[in-house]
Design a protein around this ligand. Structure first.
Ligand code: AHR
Length: 494
């Protein structure tokens, strides 16, 4: 057995817990929209065609914001196709996913779904095939109360109240050669700045996200952020990060340590943004919107469909326990960096690399990754605390020496919660928690997500194979909890 220790102290405050850390993403991709959130004719469909079973799990997941409508999809999207009478909406080729888009769902339906789910919409703009004018049009359509051509069109389409969308992504992954309308950093930086400046003429209080890198492994990483921010620093609030991880070549040790890359990504982007800020003599600070993150077996994805199908099953990864533990590590990293990462979007919500899976016309179930997200969203409250951990380390091929324990805590008047991962593939970790600075608190609840088979999954037939279970291996004075190998753990103290 390994031994580790962490110290909780309300003085070790990082930042407030940001509700937007618990954002997700709905893209017109595969079955995320059609037979995901929307399926008229499904036994649970409501009067608008939304699946109530998915709505319920979205609420249970504790989602704060939902980014929409892409992703790669947005870079060829004409938002006008998705408004007005459904029967006259055009079908279009979706170049990003080689599919046919029917446009049965568009911005008005999406915002209606958001209201039902109790989430904040976050809109992405097409800066690939389109640009400034269509961005301004969409903004007017969505947010202007009434009395102009586009706002009156929204009212006529059934949305009397403005959609009130605060957060806007200025394009998607424009650094990627796969992106329709891919640009150089200078070209994109100028376009993002022009678009942002014009949008602020409509509403200076909007929150605008410039595209950062699609991954820290991109050849332009670092230089891209610097150039884009040189152009757009004064007019944007966020720079985005996107990162996906998967177990490669059976190297479980490296995979469970993938949050090491995310930590590096965040600190590099923050340093780059601050460097540009210093050169511009600006007192403003650019935050990070980590608006795509997840485990994704990208190397196994077939992204090219031969015959332009409608809503084909794409990117439908079935997550196992080890995926959920790596995922929990990423969530811990986002929380640990809440001083800088003030918004994030798990990509995606339903069916497409998602915590929620559906059968067309049938059942819905929670993937293994559902649980760390739902627990963290429900229990992270007040302030994020550094936990001053000491832990044995292990050697990984990808990241060198990495601690076995990866943890963070949050603290409020209601109590303190520790979120912790044991990355060891074969040995439990006895975790001692120094609670002296908190006064007379005790462990009131400990749960663990684990299994004897690290590759066990949830399925429609066995939906609760992997779910948090009470952890009875708890001692008091000093507080000590046994974390099984390859496990995600939540420990509540009050
Ligand atoms: O989330 C799936 C895809 O990953 C998104 O469309 C794109 O932005 C990223 O490359």
């Amino acid at each position: 057995m390994h031994q580790a220790k962490l110290t909780l102290d309300p003085a070790f405050k990082v930042a407030p817990v940001r509700r937007r850390t618990f954002g997700t993403f709905v893209e017109h991709l595969g079955r995320c929209v059609y037979t995901g959130i929307y399926e008229p004719g499904h036994p649970t469909a409501d009067e608008d065609g939304f699946r109530r079973d998915v709505l319920e799990l979205t609420r249970e997941l504790g989602v704060s914001t939902v980014r929409y409508p892409g992703g790669n999809f947005v870079s060829g999207y004409r938002w006008e196709d998705g408004v007005g009478p459904v029967e006259s909406r055009p079908r279009r080729l979706d170049l990003a996913w080689h599919s046919t888009e029917t446009n049965e769902v568009g911005v008005d339906e999406f915002v209606r779904w958001c209201r039902k789910a109790g989430v904040e919409p976050m809109m992405a703009l097409n800066l690939g095939t389109r640009g400034l004018e269509s961005a301004l049009d969409l903004l007017e359509y969505c947010n202007h109360p009434s009395g102009t051509a586009l706002s009156d069109q929204r009212v006529a389409n059934g949305s009397k109240e403005p959609h009130g969308i605060r957060m806007w992504c200025l394009g998607n992954e424009m650094d990627g050669p796969w992106q329709t309308g891919h640009k150089t950093a200078r070209e994109y930086g100028r376009l993002a700045a022009e678009t942002a400046r014009a949008m602020r003429m409509v509403d200076p209080s909007l929150e605008l996200v410039a595209c950062g890198s699609s991954g820290s492994g991109m050849p332009t990483f670092g230089a891209w952020e610097a150039t884009v921010l040189e152009e757009a620093y004064d007019v944007v609030d966020y720079i985005s990060c996107h990162a996906y991880y998967e177990e490669k070549n059976g190297d479980l040790g490296s995979f469970l340590a993938c949050s090491t890359n995310m930590e590096y990504f965040i600190s590099s982007v923050a340093a780059t943004a601050d460097h540009v800020g210093a050169r511009l003599k600006s007192r403003k600070r650019i935050d990070i919107s980590f608006d795509e993150w997840n485990v994704w077996y990208m190397s196994r994805s077939r992204d090219r469909q031969p015959d332009w199908p409608v809503a084909p099953p794409l990117l439908e990864d079935h997550y196992h326990l080890a995926d959920a533990v790596a995922f929990g590590g990423l969530l811990i990293t986002l929380l640990r960096n809440s001083d800088r990462v003030t918004a994030a979007s798990l990509a995606q919500l339903v069916n497409v690399i998602a915590p929620i899976m559906t059968e067309p016309g049938g059942r819905v179930w929670r993937q293994t990754t559902f649980h760390p997200f739902a627990q963290a969203s429900r229990l992270a409250a007040g302030d994020v605390l550094r936990v001053e951990a000491s832990s044995p380390a292990y050697e990984t091929a990808d990241y060198g020496e990495v601690p076995l324990l990866h943890a963070v805590a949050t603290h409020s008047d209601e109590g303190t919660t520790v979120f912790a991962v044991n990355r060891s593939a074969d040995r439990p970790l006895s975790l001692e928690i120094d609670t002296r600075a908190l006064g007379g608190v005790r462990v009131v609840e400990a749960t663990t997500l684990t299994d004897t088979d690290v590759y066990a999954r949830n399925t429609a037939d066995d939906p609760d194979r992997i779910a948090p279970r009470p952890n009875a291996d708890v001692e008091h004075d000093p507080a000590r909890v046994l974390l099984p190998p390859v496990s995600w753990n939540v420990i509540r103290l009050a």
